[in-house]
Design a protein around this ligand. Structure first.
Ligand code: NOJ
Length: 661
């Protein structure tokens, strides 16, 4: 049953294409509400919808249903780069046309789109006489779960933005939290609450308004208004992804499907790549961003990094600290940054040309320190300059310490409507100048990469850098096994893996909390089309483990999530887009684990050479992190793969088809 309608059209139900999920909309005495069931069992009980408006009656009740449109779509589309080349887009949808029955008779349309893997809900404010320009004071949408549940969450409105360790708590114990928010229900289901297609609207956070109710909280402007809206307008989709096993969430592409098709006509210049850079050296205090004796981004050093990148097949070299403005307290003095003037010891013209001759590009860098006004004044010129120099990649940064809660310097939030607008301006300007972006301290990822594929990667979580300087001891072993089921569900992350010098002798008291094999496994586990080899080049040269980083691609044909338990372990296999090679990554928390897997993701009738980079028998993330065993074997699809992960460890495998005789 795709669609049914009861009670004089007030109750409307649609099913997912496989009939397992059912969405029931009801106009309960004029109030729009919805429920979501899986195989007849409730996931979301009757939940609220609508808005409170500033100075106007709320848009949440008194509605009648004028009309509805139902449709089914079953198609597929191709990602120009991604973790999966072909994405199936198969859903049933109903659009409900509501109108107030009294008063100013305003209209509000609601769309429900139901996939096998979850639900999208979108509001539309159509163009109308009695609702033109208005301000949203509150969105009333909530998710009423059938029971109290466990939640993996990070707090919102805090100084470090999205950069917190995830906590697992009872739903009633959470503070206001960012999305994606992952929930384990009493019935053993895994849900991810998030949003898709975020344009010109604040992002939302969630708080527990009861022991089983998550209510939306739109990130406000500094004056308290949530959003300025002009009709016609559609909100982002509110999304609920549903899985019976946690690893199913990893390959659920609902968020991408709910974004619009690509808006860039010619995408031939957009290219995933691996990059190295003048970066880790600053985080471990070997170099400085600022000018002086320890200045990292000098002409001479950049040239060496370009030579290294060219020798080992990397496509980019990141050059942090190339521009004027880093001297003094750069976090507080972001208004001093120039985005067009290099330091005198950095010859940008020469280096951009030198890189180009070697077939690579500089990865430019704009740290704004959250001083958006200073940045917006210079963006046009700065992007133009990079384009003219042939700098194809740009990493931007919005470290903000201007106001309490880590806001931008003008008092606005990164993830309010103001921030969303700024980031979009940057993405579109970059597209005009043929620049691919990595954004640090970004707005959360809501799948915009489908529409703007030059927005390739973001940070938006604690990256590798926390291991170099965080007073709390860095990212613990269970961090990435948690992140894969939370933040990473939103999209690519510039985590910057690949640290080999795990004990950081230059920074006593700090270390990377993994084994070496786990660092390699990150290249398969953490998806990013721009993937960094973050350590100093001198730590790679001569180390046999480096071969895996050289080999592993960052653009995939297929992704298979093989197993996983949130916060404990996960195993993912991916097929290269440009060869028949497969790769596998498996990681664990602080517990050693033996995992047995079927190799049935491999092609039939093909024998593969299997290059395994595993934890040595005596490996341990604390006492012996560098112990690594590299072995070669052959394997076919019918075989079983046995993995032995050390405490805090992992395994990385490359499968290369052996040509038939
Ligand atoms: C924070 C970013 O995450 C990091 O990658 C960068 O090096 C610093 N800001 C400076 O821009």
């Amino acid at each position: 049953m795709l669609f049914s309608c009861k009670k004089e059209w007030n109750e409307i139900a649609i099913s997912s294409p496989d009939s397992r999920l059912q969405l029931i909309f009801d106009l309960n005495l004029g109030k729009p509400t919805y429920k979501l069931n899986l195989n007849g069992k409730p996931i979301v009980l009757e939940s609220q919808m609508g808005f409170r408006l500033q100075g106007l009656p709320a848009l949440d009740s008194n509605f009648i249903l004028l009309d509805r449109k139902v449709r089914s779509v079953n198609e597929s589309w191709e990602q120009i780069w991604g973790e999966e080349k072909i994405i199936d887009n198969h859903y049933n949808e109903v659009i409900l046309y509501l109108k107030e029955s009294t008063g100013s008779e305003r209209s509000l349309n609601i769309t429900f789109r139901l996939y096998n893997g979850g639900l999208g809900i979108r509001y539309e404010f159509p163009e109308q006489e009695n609702l033109n320009e208005f301000q949203i004071a509150e969105e009333l949408t909530n998710y009423t779960l059938a029971n109290e549940a466990n939640v993996w969450w990070i707090p919102a409105y805090q100084p470090e933005r999205y950069e917190y360790l995830y906590k697992k708590s009872k739903l009633s114990e959470i503070d206001t939290a960012h999305t994606p928010l992952t929930v384990e229900t009493k019935d053993g289901l895994f849900l991810s609450f998030h949003e898709a297609s975020l344009y010109d609207f604040p992002s939302y956070t969630l708080y527990a308004s009861d022991t089983n109710i998550l209510t939306l909280d739109l990130v406000p402007w500094s004056n308290g208004i949530k959003a300025y809206v002009k009709t016609p307008f559609v909100t982002p989709w509110r999304t609920i992804q549903v899985a019976e096993e946690p690893q199913e969430l990893i390959t659920n592409y609902l968020i991408l499907n709910l974004n619009d098709t690509c808006r860039i006509a010619d995408t031939s210049w957009i290219e995933p790549t691996k990059y190295v850079g003048i970066w880790w050296g600053m985080h471990i205090d070997k170099y400085t961003w600022a000018s002086g004796k320890k200045h990292g981004a000098t002409t001479e050093r950049t040239k060496k990094y370009i030579d290294f990148a060219a020798k080992y097949g990397f496509g980019g070299v990141l050059i942090e600290g190339w521009n004027i403005g880093w001297d003094g307290d750069w976090i507080k003095n972001g208004e001093l940054f120039s985005f067009t003037e290099p330091y005198p010891d950095f010859d940008i013209e020469y280096l951009a040309k030198y890189a180009k001759e070697k077939g690579i590009s500089l990865v430019g860098h704009h740290e704004t320190s959250g001083q958006i006004d200073n940045y917006e004044k210079q963006m046009d010129e700065a992007y133009k300059m990079y384009e003219n120099l042939g700098v194809r990649y740009l990493k931007t940064g919005y470290v903000g310490a201007g106001y309490p809660g880590g806001r931008l310097f003008n008092g606005e939030w990164h993830h309010g409507q103001y921030g969303v607008r700024h980031f979009q301006r940057s993405v579109e300007l970059a597209a005009r100048h043929h620049i691919m972006l990595i954004i640090h301290e970004p707005v959360k990822d809501c799948g915009l990469r489908r529409t703007w594929p030059n927005l390739m990667s973001r940070e938006g979580a604690r990256g590798m850098e926390y291991n170099a300087w965080s007073p709390d001891g860095g990212n613990p072993p269970d961090y990435i096994p948690t992140l894969i089921f939370t933040r990473l569900l939103a999209g690519p992350m510039d985590y910057t893996p690949g640290i080999f010098d795990l004990e950081i002798p230059a920074k006593p008291g700090n270390r990377v909390n993994t084994t070496l094999a786990k660092q390699l496994a990150y290249y398969v586990i953490i998806y990013s089309p721009l993937q960094m080899a973050a350590d100093l080049p001198e730590n790679y040269e001569g180390n046999p483990a480096f071969q895996f980083i050289r080999d592993v691609p960052c653009d995939w044909e297929k992704t298979v999530a093989l197993n996983g338990k949130i916060g404990n372990y996960v195993t993912i296999a991916r097929k290269d887009r440009n060869s028949d090679n497969w790769y596998l990554g498996s990681i664990t928390d602080e517990e050693a684990r033996s995992l047995k897997l079927r190799a049935d993701f491999l092609e039939a009738r093909t024998k593969y050479l299997m290059n395994t980079y595993a934890d040595g028998e005596d490996a341990d993330w604390i006492s012996n992190p560098l112990s690594l065993k590299i072995t070669q074997d052959t394997i076919v699809r019918a075989d079983t793969i046995y993995l032995n992960l050390a405490p805090g460890g992992g395994t990385a495998i490359q499968f290369v088809p052996i040509p038939k005789e």
